[in-house]
Design a protein around this ligand. Structure first.
Ligand code: KG4
Ligand code: ZN
Length: 348
């Protein structure tokens, strides 16, 4: 079936058409169209996403993107419309839901709901359109049980998947999400929003061992995380320097040391879950999975232990609508339905 999907949970307005087939045992996805309109330049001056601005931009861009899809000229049938119902920013979610309701009505097609976090999780099933690095996607590597590290700007969690329709959340962050920590530390260092790519760029030329930042909750036996203390440690480190006039190399070292502290916790806990549950596959997804150093180091750990490692193509790590079609398809297969109401705290 062909699903036209809509994503507006945060600061990306996205529309896709995805051909979904294969059923719950062997789901297969072909991304036919994938349009994204990013609001990053709009939110940048504010250092983060402003919900009402996000809403205004979604309302502006949804009809534009739909026009660009040219569905009337496409030689294919749309079988359903899908939309993210949560989690995310409520005003932003509503714009997508209202738009999707009207579109489904106009097209006389059913409307499906989708969980944004399931979208990130199933982004692993989307074949790459362009390969951005050496981590070749091959779904044939996907064996269960699988351990997934879902790391975005709003969430950080470890999941155990026993099939494409059965999974449990093993743990999650108790405060800031990993991406949020990258964004906040970037702001402390005077870097623009979103901070993740800025920190990773700076970190490339820094020494990850220069400063021994804390590795929060590393020793705990559970799979929960906490990143707010790490952010505060960076803040105190800078305060103790007693100058704002530190060198570029000092900045690079702070970025690299912070990044390594965050990565150490993410990687250690993921690998611990992989060995406790005898994982055949480890995967990462979500905006922070775009971090090349995280992928490189996690891939190395997996190779050491003979576990397959997968990460989606980068274009599907950050928010997109193709992953929403995948999540809606799998939700439909397990007969999961959603109310078409924005649910900002929807969880996995
Ligand atoms: O998944 P996503 O696009 O949106 C949410 O659902 O939150 O994730 C955005 C987050 C931001 O916090 C951004 O700073 C982070 O992903 N991010 C990165 C990198 N690229 C994006 N974090 C670390 N390293 C990166 N290269
Ligand atoms: Zn997301």
């Amino acid at each position: 079936m062909n699903i036209l999907s809509i994503e507006t949970s945060c600061d990306e307005t996205a529309l896709s058409i995805v051909e979904c087939s294969g059923g719950a045992k062997k789901p297969q996805f072909k991304v036919l169209k994938n349009l994204i309109s990013s609001q990053i330049p709009i939110h940048r001056p504010f250092g983060g996403v402003v919900p009402n601005l996000a809403k205004r931009e979604h309302i502006k861009h949804l009809p534009k993107l739909l026009k660009k899809l040219e569905i009337r000229n496409l030689k294919l049938e749309i079988d359903a419309v899908a939309v993210t119902v949560g989690p995310g920013l409520e005003p932003a979610l509503w714009t997508g839901i209202e738009f999707a309701k009207q579109l489904a009505k106009d097209l006389k097609k059913p409307l499906l709901g989708a969980n944004h976090m399931e979208g990130h999780m199933f982004s692993i099933l989307l074949p790459p359109v362009k390969n951005t690095d050496n981590f070749q996607f091959s779904i044939s590597n996907f064996q269960f049980p699988a351990i997934g590290l879902v790391v975005s700007g709003g969430h950080t969690m470890i999941v155990k998947m026993d099939s494409y329709t059965k999974w449990i959340k093993l743990g999650e962050t108790r405060d800031d999400a990993a991406g949020e920590a990258f964004d906040k530390v970037a702001r402390i260092l005077g870097l623009p929003y979103p901070g993740g790519p800025e920190i990773s760029k700076l970190a490339k030329n820094g020494d990850p061992k220069a400063i021994n930042f804390p590795r929060p909750m590393l020793a705990n036996k559970d799979y929960d995380f906490s990143f707010s203390g790490l952010k505060t440690a960076v803040l105190y480190y800078l305060r103790d320097l007693r100058t704002t006039n530190y060198s570029l190399q000092a900045k690079r070292n702070i970025a690299a040391s912070f990044q390594q502290a965050a990565l150490d916790v993410l990687i250690k806990k993921t690998m611990r879950a992989a060995s406790q549950y005898g994982a055949e596959t480890v995967f990462i997804c979500g905006g922070v999975a775009a971090n090349a150093e995280l992928r490189k180091q996690l891939a190395k750990e997996c190779a050491k232990r003979g576990v397959a490692f997968l990460s989606p193509a980068n274009e599907y790590n950050t928010d997109n609508a193709a992953m929403i079609a995948a999540a809606a398809y799998l939700a439909k297969l397990r007969k999961k339905t959603y109310k078409f109401v924005a649910d900002s705290s929807l969880t996995l």
